[in-house]
Design a protein around this ligand. Sequence first.
Ligand code: NAP
Length: 373
Amino acid sequence: MTFTTQDHLMMQKAILLAKQGIYTTAPNPNVGCVLVKDGKIVGEGAHLKAGEPHAEVHALRQAGIKAQGATAYVTLEPCSHYGRTPPCAEGLIKAGVKKVICAMVDPNPQVAGRGLTMLNDAGIETASGLLEADARALNPHFLTRMETGKPFVQLKMAASLDGKTALKNGVSQWITSKEARQDVQRYRAQSGAILSTAKTVIDDNASLNVRWSDLPLSIQKNYQETTIRQPMRFILDRQHALTSDLKLFQASGEIATISPQETHSIVAKEKHLQCRLSDDGQLDLKEVVNKISRDFNVNHIWVEAGATLAASMIKENLVDELIIYLAPKLMGADGRSIINLIGLETMSETIDLDIKDIRMVGKDIRITATIAR
Ligand SMILES: NC(=O)c1ccc[n+]([C@@H]2O[C@H](COP(=O)([O-])OP(=O)(O)OC[C@H]3O[C@@H](n4cnc5c(N)ncnc54)[C@H](OP(=O)(O)O)[C@@H]3O)[C@@H](O)[C@H]2O)c1
């Protein structure tokens, strides 16, 4: 099907609306909807929070009677199943829309084309694929999990330009600028879970939560403090080293410890995830990642720990994207390395990266890379 200029403009508008949910909608996808009748927008909406109305519902409510005979532009196929809200395909049918154009089919196994079929069966004309690449970019984490069954894992590291994360004596605060640390807050705020280690939490007395006052001003201007989610913090603590006096337990947001034991309670309010050990005696990271995603409905894990965990995550092939901040600083050859990969002897053993994006954040460089397969 060929789409008109008007179709493109309306879908662009729906994509813009969908972006409103970037910090609030997870684990649901970001979706926008525009209803157009006689060339005019009669209703628009975005999905902002799991459990709350979907984008189509907001747009239909705004349009009221004007939805009859309108064309709906939706960034994701309307849902066909009863979740916490009724199916949007049904809502569009009841409202009497004439045509539905969506940017992409929803890969969620509960939908996967059934929304479009439901609409077609009711005599509504449908089309999909308009600005699909832009619509996919709205939901990289949701789509990864729906299409592969695995969460999207981002590994963050910060280092000096000579690749060091600490001086020889362990001193490391601060390597990067305030702007880079605000950028980290932004990533944390988008994630569903933060994964770290007892070692990092203890060394840094880290809170690992989202702090409103540390978020970039662009977020503070466009969102309300109460709408920002606190991702759950998962801490690997095989040796039960965490103690209740740590800042981690004072800061807001939920915590789950991870260890091989059945229970593990430090301040009684934290949750626990039991994971097996692998042959090397370390926690099995594949199981850790899978259980975080499955048991806690998480699409996006943000890993913020030291060079040891970073190396294990990479070796286990668990990293979808590396976010590396490089500060304009030299910390010396005896400093600690950014990633503890050791014992490589041939160039074929080295790990190649594909750089996807490089930009300045304050006076630091932020590199977004994937592992070349
Ligand atoms: N530059 C940065 O971006 C950044 C970010 C965060 C932290 N840091 C710094 O990193 C330092 C800590 O780094 P680190 O390398 O010593 O520790 P780390 O990577 O934070 O944690 C390593 C520990 O994680 C546990 N672990 C559990 N399962 C594992 C597995 N499968 N593979 C590997 N480790 C596993 C192990 O402890 P058990 O043996 O007890 O299980 C291991 O000793 C801190 O001082 C902190 O300041 C830097």
